[in-house]
Design a protein around this ligand. Structure first.
Ligand SMILES: *[C@@H]1O[C@H](CO)[C@@H](O)[C@H](O)[C@H]1NC(C)=O
Ligand SMILES: *[C@@H]1O[C@H](CO)[C@@H](O)[C@H](O)[C@H]1NC(C)=O
Ligand SMILES: *[C@@H]1O[C@H](CO)[C@@H](O)[C@H](O)[C@H]1NC(C)=O
Ligand SMILES: *[C@@H]1O[C@H](CO)[C@@H](O)[C@H](O)[C@H]1NC(C)=O
Ligand SMILES: *[C@@H]1O[C@H](CO)[C@@H](O)[C@H](O)[C@H]1NC(C)=O
Length: 846
């Protein structure tokens, strides 16, 4: 037994594959820019690297207003934290690079105490020319140093990093590193997790290092790493420490090859590992699991490092690797991959956000076969966040304001939008300061108060403001706003504003259905000629409105201001208000999946208003009649009629109570203070309407039932919300999905704004509810297919599912197979004798 093994080893040793560990020269980066921001003299780190002052470095800092601060004491973890530079306006560091390719970009933040600014509360964004690195970032109560580390492929010699403070806030930075990374570090090829497939194109992404772990080993600081990286121990991420054991050998046991050099990871990583705890003393079959907190809206690359330093002989260790519960590597056989023990190996696995509903988990475990040693190992793990479709690494919006939700980057709207605003988005949208509205704005019977986001702007933004009134065509063409319609054109489109074309009536004028050009239907909103609002304000507001472009906001097509008319032309939403599809109109009921999709769309629109490029817009009148559906049932938020900007820092707007009864935030009602959390409250009521299919307020009902929010929350607290859901949903709604959804509604309806989630949080809860529903439907149809093939019956095979019933908790519901024709779900109710029917076919597919 030992002899053939020895032979094998000799054979392998003589092959050229394993050359005796080649002495790799340390990597010397071509670009190695280290800046100690705000410093008066350079700082040298324990690892020997010297951070220069801004003046010493050849890089260019462009800023109008900045402040240098420093702390005298050496009471900071590193000399680079002794100083910081604070920006109250957009600032840019411009770098001249000598070599294209991947670069480390490391941003060091340490909120040092100073008399100028509370840096813990400073809120700002950081972007390069291409990538969004941080979106509305805030250190918050974190008093530790924060390192944000990126790996970006820079293709132009000029590279800049922009710091953009939020309105009335500041940005700050303590130190910046821009350092070339070796080409061999990033390979273009990886493996997609689910379904397992090869993945190419990894070099097209930007990355943020989310985690970098040295399994079973010590902390490795920048001075001990080949590329200045930091590797932290894995113990804090282990789900059950009792199931794992650490193991290490001397670093010289690690045998690098000419492909796998210490550049990939230092020997300290490969010479230690975490393995299964001694299997003899326990049930032999278990997994070692790690769990990571990640932003689940992004895709990730997991670089998994392995090195078999535990086996006594080759071909003895085989194990499985799982990511998010899915098989990532089946029967990993390091011996056959490396040919020798102690030879490092890594694998890049691309993990799609769609598999990440419960965060990121990594597991290693034995194969189920009774062969070989029962063990599994992992030596190191790097979790890299991948840039999304709009090149953002934080938040859904790209540098030019386009949203990842748009799907493709190249839509006409997005391009036009980028051209329109690119000029100053590049320099930071925050340069523009929107003034607050005059206090009496609501009293004006104004057009803007009817359907526009209310904003005034200062003249630094509107260069041609002085000439606005008299040269309107110049004004529009110079700012590239939507299409200009002549009054005659719109007269023709609406049959001279015929009353039969009216599809909506507002306090400030009517909405007409019109047909333009090739038959495109549009909604034409014509301001009441008696409106006191000036034409100048109208124009200002169109400008603001056209800034808001999002798949889930009703978009402005054009306008007409001829003869002092104030007319806006919007896309026509053929399926009308969401509410009409929930109750009162006898339309075909929407499936639960459709309701979830529509709710998600509306949440996205509101999230964009709150956090998107225009920043801090509060809708103020969120309700099911302001969520419109297009011909494909895509939800779009309409009627920013009462919108008002939320000044940053101040966090609320004092204002007279407006909005719709039944949807009003109680805090807003009491204190007359408006925040984006007021919209969240109203959205909570919308969610209940979606679930229960009844109005927010119904005065005809017994008193305790009049207010939907109060009534439904009573049932929710009793844990019996399923008793009051829309009967059409019974039998087709997954109880877990409903639970998640009702929880989201409950959180939105919290008494105090601070306790309510953000729209972004609500969004993720809804997405999760949708996933649960989809898994449920999928599971059911598989089950049905099985039953069907097993049953030779002519009639549809009934399949029991777990129902949600308004009158009894565990009532069997029988559901025929789903097919293309109309089908029914029949709930058999022994008590009432009423069978419940729900039409669901033809709805779920939309
Ligand atoms: C920071 O704030 C959060 C909640 O606001 C709290 O849970 C946490 O303990 C705080 N951390 C520190 C270090 O104060
Ligand atoms: C960086 O991107 C460019 C352009 O997409 C590509 O040609 C190049 O190969 C990339 N560099 C690396 C090191 O992957
Ligand atoms: C890191 O490097 C220093 C100096 O080279 C050395 O003294 C120390 O032992 C190293 N630490 C580890 C964990 O390798
Ligand atoms: C290990 O985890 C995977 C994925 O979660 C699971 O399918 C498998 O059954 C687990 N193995 C053991 C032995 O528990
Ligand atoms: C993740 O999945 C989505 C939807 O299937 C796809 O559009 C996206 O390209 C995937 N991401 C990666 C990195 O493959």
């Amino acid at each position: 037994m030992a002899i053939p093994l020895l032979l094998l080893l000799l054979l392998l040793a003589s092959s050229s594959f394993i050359s005796a560990a080649p002495p790799t020269p340390p990597f010397s980066p071509q670009d190695n820019i280290l800046i100690d921001c705000g410093a008066k003299s350079p700082a040298t780190l324990p690892d020997g690297r010297s951070f220069k002052t801004e003046e010493q470095s050849t890089q260019f800092l462009k800023t109008n207003k900045d402040i240098q601060v420093s702390v005298p004491s050496a009471d900071v973890p590193s000399p680079i934290y002794l100083t910081a530079r604070i920006f109250t306006e957009q600032a840019t560091y411009a770098f001249q690079l000598t070599r294209p390719g991947f670069h480390w970009v490391r941003l060091h933040f340490f909120p040092l105490k100073n008399n100028e600014f509370d840096l813990q509360q400073a809120t700002f964004s950081v972007m390069t020319d291409k990538y969004v690195l941080l979106h509305n970032f805030k250190v918050n109560n974190n008093t530790n140093a924060i390192l944000k580390e990126y790996l970006l492929n820079v293709t132009e010699p000029k590279f800049s990093i922009n710091f953009i403070p939020m309105k009335n806030s500041a940005a700050f930075i303590n130190a910046i590193e821009v350092v070339s990374a070796p080409d061999s570090l990033i390979s273009d090829q990886g493996t997609a997790l689910f379904p397992v497939d090869s993945f190419s194109g990894l070099s097209d992404f930007g990355y943020q290092v989310a985690y970098r772990l040295n399994m079973g080993g010590p902390l490795i600081t920048s001075q001990n790493d080949t590329l200045g990286r930091t590797w932290i121990p894995d113990t804090d991420f282990l789900k059950d420490k009792n199931l794992a054991r650490s193991f290490s050998v001397a670093t010289n046991v690690v045998k690098y090859t000419d492909v796998l050099t210490p550049i990939i990871a230092p020997a300290t990583v490969y010479s230690s590992l975490t393995k299964m705890a001694d299997s003899k003393t326990m049930q032999p079959n278990f997994n070692v699991s790690w769990k990571f907190d990640v932003d689940t809206s992004f895709d990730y690359v997991l670089r998994m490092h392995f090195c078999d330093i535990v086996s006594k002989s080759l071909n003895d260790l085989y194990f499985n690797v799982y990511i998010n519960g899915k098989m990532a590597i089946s029967g990993l056989d390091l011996s056959s991959l490396t040919g020798e023990l102690g030879v490092p190996y890594y694998k890049d696995i691309v993990v799609n956000a769609s598999t990440m509903s419960g965060g990121l988990s990594v597991q290693i475990g034995p194969m189920n076969e009774k062969t070989g040693t029962v063990n599994a190992i992992l030596n190191g793990l790097e979790v890299l966040k991948m840039s999304n479709s709009v090149d953002s690494l934080d938040g859904e919006f790209g540098v030019d304001g386009t949203s990842a939700g748009l799907g493709t980057k190249g839509t006409v709207a997005a391009v036009g939008f980028a051209m329109m605003f690119g000029a100053f988005v590049g320099l930071g949208a925050m340069v523009i300061k929107w003034k607050r509205r005059p206090q009496d704005w609501q009293k004006r019977n104004s057009f803007s108060a009817w359907l526009l986001p209310i904003h005034a702007s200062d003249s630094s933004f509107m260069a041609s403001k002085n000439s606005v009134g008299s040269h309107k065509s110049n004004f529009y063409s110079s700012t590239g706003l939507g299409r200009y319609f002549s009054f005659a054109e719109l007269q023709e489109a609406t049959k001279n504003f015929d009353s039969s074309a009216i599809i909506g009536v507002g306090g400030f004028g009517n909405v007409y259905l019109g047909t333009i050009d090739d038959g495109t239907k549009v909604a034409v909103k014509r301001g009441n000629p008696q409106s006191e609002q000036g034409i100048t304000e109208f124009q200002t507001e169109i400008q603001m409105l056209s800034k808001l472009r999002h798949r889930h906001l009703v978009s402005l097509i054009g306008y007409c201001d001829e003869n002092d008319e104030m007319i806006l032309v919007y896309e026509y939403m053929s399926n009308g208000p969401f509410r009409d599809h929930l109750y009162g109109k006898n339309l075909q009921p929407l499936s639960w999946k459709q309701r979830l999709e529509i709710s998600i769309g509306a949440a996205r629109g509101l999230h964009y208003l709150h956090t998107g490029i225009a920043q801090g817009i509060i809708h103020r009148d969120v309700k099911t009649t302001n969520i419109l559906l297009d011909d494909a049932f895509v939800a779009k938020v309409a009627d920013f009629g009462l919108s008002k900007d939320a000044p940053m820092g101040q966090n609320h707007v004092s204002t007279a109570v407006k909005g719709s009864f039944g949807y009003l935030d109680p805090e807003y009602f009491r204190r007359q203070q408006l925040t984006d959390k007021s919209d969240v409250y109203s959205f909570g009521v919308v969610l209940l309407e979606v679930l229960c299919a009844r109005p927010a307020i119904n005065p005809q009902l017994p008193r305790e039932q009049v207010s939907l929010a109060e009534w439904a929350m009573q049932w929710k607290r009793k844990g019996l919300i399923e008793k009051i859901i829309d009967p059409h949903l019974v039998g087709t709604i997954n109880p877990e999905s409903m639970k998640k959804f009702a929880e989201a509604a409950e959180k939105c309806l919290a008494e105090y704004g601070v306790d309510r989630p953000t729209m972004g949080d609500v969004l993720w809860n809804l997405e999760y509810a949708l996933q649960l529903q989809e898994a449920f439907t999928q599971g059911k149809s598989e089950e049905e297919a099985k039953v069907q093939s097993a049953t030779v019956s002519a009639s549809p095979a009934p399949v029991a599912v777990t129902p949600i019933s308004p009158s009894s908790d565990h009532r069997p519901v029988f559901k025929p197979e789903e097919n293309k024709g109309p089908a029914e779900v029949q709930a058999i109710d022994d008590h009432s004798g009423t069978a419940m029917f729900a039409q669901f076919s033809g709805l779920s597919g939309r």
